[in-house]
Design a protein around this ligand. Structure first.
Ligand code: HSE
Length: 418
């Protein structure tokens, strides 16, 4: 059997893991690796003759069958990938941002040139999720996903919970330990998880979701007090990627912090671990969890994709039909204001007669029912900290409640999972 010849673009953490893993695998030959800076010190020893600083030596190389793109971001990754497809290469990528923003164009182009693009590593790193949805779960109607798709934020929230520490202190520590980036925006503001749920929901629902319609909120406003109170009410706070679709194709896809009952598996997914809970028919409920990032876990997914291509390469004119994407169907987005949720509201109110009655009346006037209410004592500065958990109500009504609580300070408004 002849070797499958691959070219890799990028030689960062994940690509290093791929290179090392492939040393033990026969029949895959790395022909070229493109890097930005040849002289950069790396944690992998690659023969100098394999390395180039011109990605087009990979993209245009007639010897190469598969281009493995591991640089991330939209450009120049899209230029490399689209040129590679036009040159007849199959693609393996871990690029969640590119998939979320250009997935439709990418898969249409791949189909036009009869090439495949596999991306197991882009969603939840080492957890096998795309391949299972496309193959063994293909007979299911999946209508709900709740997932923890970002390890950095899950690490920060777990440490805030276990250490009783503030967001700022834990972020600083995570940056010092190398768990969080110097500019943590992509992770802590929820962009990374939003890219991932966009593609994951598109695949699971078999209807295209557009990133512009994915509501996103990060974890930067979560206070250590919220963590403590959530625990008292029987919850943990997690950054949840949430997606549901109804029979008519109306899809609610979003990323935001959420109080999650301690009775659920997701509440116990800690530190950098990721997890994806899905519901569908006929499978029922399943949860897949594991390492969502890191050199070797992510390499596991990239190498699995390369081997899936290898298994069919040269044997058929139409490779991996189940792994291809045809998303002519689109989901109808539901705006966040039209969604129904339970809410945790932390309020600091003046210590005055009738304050709790006023909160109750504002909610009652909008037909919002309160599930729990807690006030411990009045503080020295004559204010009272009150926590309310509502029953399910429409988001736009809860925003009106917050606006009408005019002489109170609303410290936090966090959605609560069913
Ligand atoms: N930055 C991501 C995380 C890993 O923290 O989970 C890569 O997708």
């Amino acid at each position: 059997m002849s070797n499958l010849k691959i070219g890799i673009i990028g030689l960062g953490t994940v690509a290093s893991g791929v290179y090392k893993t492939l040393q033990d695998i026969n029949d895959i030959e790395i022909v070229k690796i493109a890097v930005k800076n040849i002289n950069k010190p790396r944690n992998v020893n690659v023969p100098r003759e394999l390395i180039t600083d011109d990605a087009y030596e990979v993209v245009n190389n007639p010897e190469i069958d598969v281009v493995v793109e591991l640089i991330g971001g939209v450009e120049p990754a899209w230029s490399y990938i689209s040129s590679a497809i036009k040159n007849g290469k199959h693609i393996v990528t871990a690029n969640k941002e590119l998939l979320a923003k250009k997935g439709e164009e990418l898969f249409n182009l791949a189909e036009e040139y009869n090439r495949v693009c596999l991306y197991e590593a882009a969603i939840a790193g080492g957890i096998p999720i795309i391949m299972p949805i496309k193959t063994i779960l293909a007979g299911n109607k999946i209508n709900k996903i709740q997932a923890i798709l970002n390890g950095t934020t899950n690490y920060i929230l777990t440490k805030m919970d276990t250490d009783g520490a503030s967001y700022e202190d834990v972020l600083k520590e995570a940056q010092e330990l190398g768990y969080a980036e110097t500019d943590p925006t992509g992770d802590v503001e929820g962009y990374d998880a939003a890219y991932k749920i966009t593609t994951l929901a598109t695949i699971a629902f078999k209807k295209r979701i557009k990133i512009e319609n994915v509501y996103r909120e990060g974890i930067t406003k979560i206070r250590k007090e919220d963590m403590k109170l959530a625990n008292e009410f029987g919850y943990k706070i997690k950054l949840i990627a949430n997606a549901t679709i109804d029979e008519e194709g109306n899809a609610d896809v979003r990323v935001h912090p959420m109080l999650i009952s301690k009775n659920t598996t997701l509440a116990h997914i800690d530190y950098v671990t990721n997890a994806v809970a899905m519901s569908g028919h006929p499978i029922g409920n399943i949860v897949l969890s594991g390492p969502g990032a890191g050199e070797f876990p992510t390499a596991s997914s990239v190498v699995g994709d390369i081997l899936a291509i290898k298994a069919e390469f040269g044997k058929t004119d139409y490779m991996l039909p189940m792994m291809r994407c045809h998303h002519e169907l689109r989901a109808n987005p539901i705006h966040i204001d039209d969604t129904f949720n339970k809410y945790y509201i932390s309020i600091t109110a003046p210590n005055a007669i009738g304050v709790i009655a006023k909160i109750g009346t504002i909610c009652a006037n909008k037909k919002i029912s309160l599930a729990s209410i807690l006030q411990r004592e009045v503080s020295e500065n004559n204010t009272a900290d009150i926590v309310v958990i509502t029953e399910k109500c429409q988001e736009k009504l809860i925003k009106e409640v917050v606006n009408e609580l005019d002489n109170c300070t609303v410290n936090s408004l966090i959605r609560v999972s069913d």
